[in-house]
Design a protein around this ligand. Structure first.
Ligand code: PLP
Length: 413
């Protein structure tokens, strides 16, 4: 019998109706609204089955063949398979699949390569850097001396000249490339050259595009970066978690930085689910998916621009779009609220010119639901109509429901 979320909720109902109700409600929410949050996706029933498996009960501190706990034979096999599949999928010499999250992967990468106080050059937070790229509210900003490069306010593209100037002036120990909101491919060869010139490590934080890389729909940072950090739950469509890829000579430092330096026991149910997701991501079907994600994003970006939104960089190479809704007479935060009321869920994000908040959206989840270019055209029209106040939220919600019932997410039954 397949373990669907609905079936899991049934199991819970008898014992804990309060939580069961919340899980059912969330199932309905996900199935009846549009998930355009760029970092989200729907993982498969097989990934969910691994997450709900008996490995959730298993303690497995350490690495396969060198655990601090007994009874790890099967957990070891699961982790070895996950590591092998990750290495093969990304052509990496070494993979660590234990980081609990993308942030934990970045923390471990810094721990492997840096000492507290070291200078690190990364995309500034107001330009789309992640919290772990030097936020004062995060360990990164507290323990390291972060220098931020930016985007060209006119084009929205990474200011390569500024990266080079700052690298030469500040001589960072590491350079980070990667963003929560950059819609274009990152020029890894450029960052490698800069890192080599100033003797810095290159860390690629590929949390967003790694799923596109897996499907051959985006260039890989693996041949260029010393360490690649990633999440497994964004376009990659696996369980919530992180991973690190690196060259063989850094393997031991990276492994020790994950355990025992920054983490205790690995979450073996998640590790098993990562193995399942890597297996799925190696299929031609996933490659097709990754390319459809990008094709959908291009169509959505094009039609949002045609509707009058100011699409950053004029389009996208990836699953991710950022846009300023101001030309339609509404600011980013208000726009997000209006769209949420209409059942269209997305985020706000900083804009390259830094003057106001924009919208960030992605096509990973709706593409998993099977939506294609025709639906992207409808979506762009719907978004613009809501923002212009031409379609009231209840009427928009009806249109959203039409789309979601024609394209239900997996596991929503
Ligand atoms: C999503 C993301 C992360 C963090 O992932 P979490 O799993 O939320 O900790 C780190 N860096 C970048 C660039 C991201 O997009």
């Amino acid at each position: 019998m397949p373990v669907t979320p609905a079936a899991q909720a049934d199991v819970l109902t008898a014992q804990d109706p309060e939580l069961a109700e919340i899980l059912r409600g969330e199932l309905v929410r996900q199935a009846t609204t549009l998930q355009l949050t760029a970092a989200e996706n729907f993982c498969s029933p097989a990934v969910l089955a691994a997450l709900g498996s008996p490995l959730a009960n298993k303690y497995a501190e350490g690495y396969p063949g060198a655990r601090h706990h007994g009874g790890c034979e099967l957990a070891d096999m699961a982790e070895r398979i996950a590591v092998e599949r990750a290495r093969e999928l990304f052509g990496a010499e070494h993979a660590n699949v234990q980081p609990h999250s993308g942030s934990s992967a970045v923390l471990a990468a810094y721990a492997a390569l840096l000492r507290p106080g070291d200078t690190v050059l990364a995309l500034g937070l107001p330009h789309g850097g992640h919290l772990t790229h030097g936020s004062r509210a995060n360990f990164s900003g507290r323990w390291f001396d972060f220098v931020g490069y930016g985007l060209d306010p006119a084009t929205g593209l990474i200011d390569h000249a500024q990266v080079l100037t700052l690298a030469r002036e500040r001589r960072p120990k590491a350079i980070v490339c990667g963003s929560i909101a950059y819609p274009r491919h990152i020029d890894h060869a450029f960052f490698r050259d800069v890192a080599d010139e100033v003797g810095a490590y290159l860390i690629a934080d590929a949390a967003h595009p790694i799923g596109l890389v897996a499907g051959g729909a985006a260039p890989s940072p693996v041949p260029y970066a010393d360490v690649v950090c990633a999440t497994t739950h964004k376009v990659l469509r696996g369980p919530r978690g992180g991973m690190i890829l690196c060259r063989a000579e850094l393997a031991e430092r990276v492994d020790r930085a994950v355990f025992p330096f920054t983490q205790g026991g690995a979450q073996m149910h998640t590790v098993a689910a990562k193995a399942v997701a890597f297996g799925e991501a190696a299929t031609p079907a996933f490659a097709g998916y990754a390319h459809r994600v990008v094709a959908n994003a291009r169509v959505l970006a094009g039609h949002l621009a045609a509707e009058g939104l100011a699409v950053t960089t004029g389009g996208t190479d990836t699953h991710l779009i950022t846009a300023d809704p101001a030309p339609l007479g509404v600011e980013g935060r208000t726009a997000r609220g209006l769209l949420a009321a209409a059942g269209v869920v997305l985020d706000c994000c900083p804009l390259p010119h830094g003057e106001r908040r924009g919208l960030r959206l992605g096509t990973a989840a709706v593409t998993t639901q099977g939506m294609g270019e025709a639906e992207m055209v409808r979506l762009a029209a719907l978004i613009a109509a809501v923002l212009r106040g031409r379609t009231e939220p209840p009427a928009a919600r009806d249109q959203v429901r039409e789309l979601t019932s024609a394209f239900p997410p997996p596991c929503s039954g």
